[in-house]
Design a protein around this ligand. Sequence first.
Ligand SMILES: C[S@@+](CC[C@H](N)C(=O)[O-])C[C@H]1O[C@@H](n2cnc3c(N)ncnc32)[C@H](O)[C@@H]1O
Length: 310
Amino acid sequence: MSSVLAAFEMAGLLTDLENGALTRATVKDRGSDQAALLGASLRYLIQRGLVEESGDAFTLTDYGRDVCQDKGYLVWLVGGYGEPLRRMDAFLSGDKRYGVDYPRDGRWVADGAAMLGRKDVVPHALRLLEGIEFDTALDLGCGNARFLLTVCSRFGAGGTGVDISPEAVVEAEKAVREAGLTDRVRVVRGDAGDLNSIAALADTQLVVTFFLLHEILAQGRDALVAYLSDMAGRLPDGARLLIAEVQPPAEGDHRPWFTPEFTFVHALMRQTLLDSKGWSEALADGGFTVREVLEDDMPGGILILAEKAR
Ligand SMILES: C[S@@+](CC[C@H](N)C(=O)[O-])C[C@H]1O[C@@H](n2cnc3c(N)ncnc32)[C@H](O)[C@@H]1O
């Protein structure tokens, strides 16, 4: 079911279902193979209680609407990590290695993260930002830049987004154009791990980094602290850092939703996660004073607002 729903979203069909724009006639209009598969998928979703036919249109049931609120998580997992998860056998048998073979799909990791973040993370993050002042924002691991664009529009700031994934950068540049903010938001493809290459840091009053720092942590806690110290040293006095991360499930807690999956796919990529205490201590050791820590609506999700220590 997750694969079918994620595929509908990725193919642009879920919006049609949400809006009642998918009708018997629009299904029939497609080529015969496509129409047959789409018809079979809709029948399957009807049998699963997610879709119903109302008049000529296919629409989501209440249950379907409820499930689709979390479509970002499905896209993130199925679209982003479907390929490496499918190839687990080759990783387990040692024939292939994650990263060299079968990497995740950057576009859908970024799009899924932005989709789930919009509902479960962004409202909390914006509330935190309302309490501070900044004219310039830098988003490290910006993905499709939706959050950077929201921040720059809402607070009138200029912004730079950096992402290593070419697919994510293409989506981000498109989003900047569509938002009409090319005059004050730019996106560059680059490695956020290489701070030397990010000249914008010297003039940045707010650094945002959502779901990226665990990539730096993959090189060890010392590397993370060195990275944060280097960043603090390059930022102007008073600069803020806002991070979003996901805490691993608490020891002995066997049934939390999503956090075991998040922890597992990161373990597949040889990455570990920290809890909020661990992140706060690493930030303090790296030259930042933690100002606020809050849990957002993402399972295990935390936001930490820190300031360059004086
Ligand atoms: C889970 S996504 C989150 C995207 C975005 N921050 C959001 O919250 O919607 C993580 C992003 O970090 C990017 N990324 C990973 N390693 C990176 C690196 N070393 N430098 C820059 N971007 C990186 C990935 O390409 C991906 O777009």
